[in-house]
Design a protein around this ligand. Structure first.
Ligand code: NAD
Length: 479
C-alpha cells in the first residue's frame, strides 16, 4: 500500500514521529493508501521553507518570468490531467466526468492567473504638485491554505494559483479525507520549475496540522474553505497574529422558479445543482422555491428526474457518486430521519445501482416537498443530494424566503421578465446571482464568495489577486 508523504521544499517528508492516517475509497469503503499524520513540527518546517523561498529566488522573480512559469505549470497540469482525475475520483468518490472537470479546472486556474500576473498594477494618485503619490500591490509573504475534501483540486487551484501568481509562498493543508491529488499536483509543479519552498503541502488532521497552520505566527494570510464552525476557529487563531483571513464557508442556496420561467430549460439545471458531487458542494442549489401556480407541476416533473437518477461507484460515472465517508453519510441520514419524523413528504428518491459496492457511502438523491422555510432542513446545510421544494406566492415572499437563512453564497432565478431579473439580482443576499442558469459552468473568471455564515472575501476571477496582495501607498515629496 502506498504511503504518501508531505511535500516540503520540493522533497517528500514523513511525519517526524512516522504516524500515518488511512485513506479510504468512498466507492468501496476500503483502505487503499496512507498519508502522513503531521502536526505542528511539520507545519513549522513548511512555513520555514516557504519563508526562505519568499525571501529568495521565488520572491525576487520578475512578474513576466512568474507569468511564464505559471503558464508552463498550467501546461504540465494539462499533460497530467488523466492521472489527476483518476486520483481525485478514487480519493473523493467523484463520478469520473466530475473528476476530470476538476482536474481541467486546476490547470485553468494556473493559466488564468498566469496571464494576469503582469497586468496587476497600482495607481498614481492626484495630489499637490510637489508630490508624486503611487500605490504598489505587494504579496502578503507566506500564505496558509486550508482546503476541504469536496473539491480539492478546484479549491487548491483557485486560492494557490492566485497566491503564487502574486508572488506569495504557500503552505497548504488539504483535508485528511482527500489529499492525494494535491500531493501529485505539487510534484508536477516542482517538475515544471516551481522553486523549492514556493509551495509546500502538509497532510494531517484538522485539529492538529490545520490548527497549527492557522495559528502559526509565520503565516501572513489564511485562506480557509470549509464549515462555518471550523472557519470561526481559524479566524480566532489568525486573529491572535493579526493576520487577514478569507473564509469560504457553507451555503443553503435558493433556486427560484417564477411561473413565467422556461421550465424545460430549468428542470435539468435544478436537478444538477443538487446532485453534482452528491450535493457536497458549498454552492449547491439545495432549496428550490417555486411559484404556487406552477408548484405541483414542477415538483411532479422534478420527481420524475430524481427517480431516473443513478447512484453508484465513481468509476461507473453515475449521476451521483458516494458521499465522502461514513460520518457524512450518517449525518445526512440523521437529517432525513428528522424530515420523516416531522412529517415532511418525500416526493421522489433516486435509484442505487445494483452493482454499487456494499461498503460504499451511498445516499440516493431525495426530493422533499412542502418543506416549511423555517424547518431545519430548509435552514441547515445538509451537504448531501437532498433538495427541499418550497412554494411561494409573490416576488417579495420569494426574496424573504431566499434571504431567510444565516447563509448568503449563491442564488439562481428563473424568469423571463427582464425587470424582475434585475430586481431579484439586487435584492438577493448572495455573492453570485445566476439568472436563467445556475453556476455559469463555474468559470474561474467569476469572483466567488459569500456573506454571513457563508464567509467573506472573494476568490476566483481577477478580484482574488487583490485579496492575495496588500496595498502600499508611496508619497514622494520632490519640491
Ligand atoms: P471542515 O471545516 O471540517 O474542514 C475543512 C478543512 O479544515 C479541512 O482541511 C480540515 O482538516 C481543516 N480543519 C478542521 N478543523 C480545523 C481546525 N480546528 N483548525 C484548522 N483547520 C481545521 O469542513 P469539511 O467537512 O472538510 O467540508 C465541508 C464544509 O465545507 C461544508 O460546510 C461546506 O459547505 C464547506 N465548503 C465551503 C466551500 C466554499 O467555497 N464556500 C467549499 C467547499 C466546502
Amino acid at each position: 500500500m502506498t504511503t504518501y508523504m508531505n511535500f516540503i521544499h520540493n522533497e517528500w517528508v514523513a511525519a517526524h514521529d512516522g504516524r500515518t492516517l488511512e485513506v479510504l475509497d468512498p466507492s468501496t469503503g476500503e483502505v487503499f493508501a496512507q498519508i502522513a499524520r503531521s502536526g505542528a513540527a511539520e507545519v513549522g518546517q513548511a512555513v520555514q521553507a516557504a519563508r526562505q523561498a519568499f525571501e529568495g529566488e521565488w520572491g525576487r522573480m520578475a512578474p513576466a518570468e512568474r507569468s511564464r512559469l505559471m503558464l508552463r505549470m498550467a501546461q504540465s497540469l494539462l499533460d497530467n490531467v488523466d492521472e489527476l482525475a483518476l486520483l481525485e475520483q478514487r480519493d473523493t468518490g467523484k463520478p469520473s466526468r466530475q473528476a476530470r472537470a476538476d482536474a481541467l479546472a486546476v490547470a485553468r486556474y494556473f493559466e488564468f492567473y498566469g496571464g494576469a500576473v503582469d497586468k496587476l498594477h497600482g495607481q498614481t494618485i492626484p495630489y499637490p504638485q510637489d508630490f508624486t503619490v503611487l500605490t504598489l500591490r505587494e504579496p502578503h509573504g507566506v500564505t496558509g491554505h486550508i482546503v476541504p475534501w469536496n473539491y480539492p483540486l478546484q479549491i487548491f487551484g483557485r486560492s494557490v494559483a492566485a497566491a503564487l501568481a502574486t508572488g506569495n509562498a504557500c503552505v497548504v493543508k488539504p483535508a485528511e479525507d482527500a489529499c492525494l491529488s494535491l500531493l501529485r499536483v505539487a510534484a508536477i509543479l516542482a517538475e515544471a520549475g516551481l522553486p523549492a519552498g514556493a509551495l509546500n503541502i502538509v497532510t494531517g488532521l484538522g485539529a492538529e496540522a490545520g490548527a497549527a497552520l492557522a495559528a502559526h505566527p509565520g503565516i501572513n494570510h489564511v485562506s480557509f474553505t470549509g464549515s462555518p464552525q471550523t472557519g470561526l476557529q481559524v479566524q480566532q487563531a489568525a486573529a491572535a497574529n493579526f493576520v487577514p483571513v478569507t473564509l469560504e464557508l457553507g451555503g443553503k442556496s435558493p433556486q427560484i422558479v417564477f411561473s413565467d420561467a422556461d421550465i424545460e430549460a430549468a428542470l435539468p439545471v435544478l436537478l444538477n445543482a443538487i446532485i453534482q458531487n452528491a450535493g457536497q458542494t458549498c454552492s449547491a442549489g439545495s432549496r428550490v422555491l417555486i411559484q404556487r401556480a406552477i408548484y405541483s407541476d414542477v415538483v411532479a416533473r422534478l420527481a420524475e428526474l430524481f427517480k431516473a437518477t443513478r447512484t453508484g461507484a465513481a468509476g461507473d460515472d453515475p449521476d451521483c457518486g458516494p458521499l465522502i465517508n461514513a460520518r457524512q453519510l450518517s449525518r445526512v441520514q440523521a437529517l432525513l430521519r428528522e424530515a420523516d419524523a416531522g412529517g415532511i413528504s418525500v416526493a421522489a428518491r433516486g435509484q442505487l445501482d445494483a452493482n454499487a459496492p456494499k461498503g460504499g457511502f451511498y445516499q440516493v438523491p431525495m426530493l422533499l416537498s412542502d418543506v416549511p422555510p423555517e424547518h431545519p432542513l430548509a435552514q441547515e446545510e445538509i451537504f448531501g443530494p437532498v433538495l427541499c421544494a418550497i412554494p411561494f406566492d409573490t416576488e417579495e415572499e420569494a426574496v424573504r424566503i431566499a434571504n431567510g437563512t444565516s447563509y448568503g453564497l449563491v442564488a439562481g432565478v428563473w424568469t423571463q421578465d427582464g425587470g424582475r431579473q434585475f430586481r431579484m439580482a439586487r435584492k438577493l443576499r448572495a455573492g453570485q446571482v445566476f439568472i436563467n442558469n445556475y453556476g455559469a459552468a463555474g468559470g474561474v473568471e467569476l469572483p466567488f464568495g459569500g456573506s454571513g455564515q457563508s464567509g467573506y472575501g472573494r476568490e476566483k476571477g481577477f478580484e482574488a489577486l487583490y485579496g492575495f496582495t496588500h496595498l502600499k501607498t508611496v508619497a514622494v515629496k520632490h519640491g
